[in-house]
Design a binder for this molecule. Structure first.
Ligand code: PPE
Length: 337
């Protein structure tokens, strides 16, 4: 993967190579972590983070669902995220906050193990391939069902849940497809291994509801709003597997993938990218890049030191002493008893 200079870890900005954990870190053994995937985009007004408060709110809720007490508030993490981007000198990047049970105690009820929190940023290109946004992708319905609400929490973006996504993704990639589509435990369409899914039928835009074990995607919500603002009908309802094959258009949304048309599913040609997909995709890309005035409130602009040319803003220029200084770091909140 591509790296950059600094990672924020438990209140400090540390050099990328020093952001390490002990091998007995609880989260490494049991998947006891919650995370986010966020993107910052280059705009006319500098780097801007897409829906940062919504992502940090979901992080907080994912933590609560798994009884992990977050040592930092979403507001603190919001400030830290923007400072990290500025200090790394990035104009655009992927952002990965992660909170996990750390080192100190083993076993399943390790309430004394600390909660460590990190935020990393790095450059991440087209998640489903350079051609995915333009040409569309080929997907396969997975033999693996999405984690069921009877055994885990689909609403939480938890590290351990991703073993399920990884099984589906691996199966589809090994079979030569770009992405997997998982059904829920009832057999209805759920989502991709790392994206929500939308199906166009008879001119209406359909997407699986919360009870279909989806992750409540922030791009899903954004695209629903954009579609309704453009006058389309969007219906959240259960979708049968065959409706994927019968669809006029299918597309997926996610932070890493952005908005990607699906042109083929299980060797049934959907064709595409269709007219509605194209229309929404153009508006969505405008929103991400700060070109749509009506969605500017979704962007959190990063303050970059005035008068510093981009090449001098590179995080590599930040010296070690500066990194170690504590006056710019944010202290931990002592968790209430
Ligand atoms: N479902 C799943 C299972 C999922 O992981 C994602 C995001 C979504 C839906 C879409 O959610 P949102 O990004 O809020 O619109 N997947 C993240 C992880 C990708 C990874 O490989 O890691 C992402 O896109 O950042």
């Amino acid at each position: 993967m591509d790296s950059c200079d600094l990672i924020w870890k438990n209140g400090e900005f540390v050099p990328w190579d020093d952001a390490k954990v002990h091998v007995l870190t609880h989260g490494l053994h049991y998947g006891t972590g919650v995370f986010e995937g966020i993107r910052a985009y280059e705009t006319d007004r500098g780097p801007a983070v897409f829906r940062l408060p919504e992502h940090l709110d979901r992080l907080q809720k994912s933590a609560e669902l798994y009884y992990l007490q977050m040592p930092y508030s979403p507001e603190e993490l919001r400030a830290v995220t923007k400072e990290l981007i500025a200090r790394n000198g990035q104009t655009s990047c992927y952002i990965r906050p992660l909170a996990f049970r750390g080192y100190g105690e083993m076993g399943l009820y390790a309430n004394n193990a600390p909660i460590d929190v990190i935020i990393a940023t790095w450059p991440w290109g087209a998640y489903l391939g350079e051609e995915s946004a333009g040409k569309g992708i080929r997907a396969k319905v997975s033999s693996w069902r999405r984690i069921s609400p009877g055994g885990a929490i689909p609403h939480a973006k938890a590290s351990g849940s991703y073993l399920n996504s990884i099984l589906a993704k691996t199966e589809s990639a090994n079979a030569g497809y770009d992405e997997a589509i998982l059904l829920d435990d009832r057999g209805f369409v759920c989502e991709g291994s790392g994206e929500n899914i939308f199906v166009v039928r008879e001119g209406e835009i359909l997407t699986p509801p919360h009870v279909a074990s989806i992750l409540d995607g922030i791009n899903r919500k954004s695209v629903i709003q954009i579609a309704r603002d453009l006058g389309y009908t969007v219906v959240e309802r259960d979708i049968a597997r065959a409706e994927l094959y019968l669809a006029e258009e299918v597309f997926m949304t996610g932070t890493a993938a952005e908005m990607v048309p699906v042109r083929e599913i299980d060797d049934h040609e959907i064709g595409g990218p269709g007219e509605i997909t194209r229309h929404l995709q153009a508006k969505f890309m405008d929103a991400l890049h700060g070109r749509a005035d009506e969605y500017l409130e979704w962007l959190d602009f990063v303050e970059v030191a005035a008068g510093t040319p981009a090449d001098e803003r590179d995080g590599a220029k930040i010296g070690a002493e500066e990194i170690e200084s504590t006056d710019e770091t944010i202290g931990r909140i002592t968790p209430a008893a």
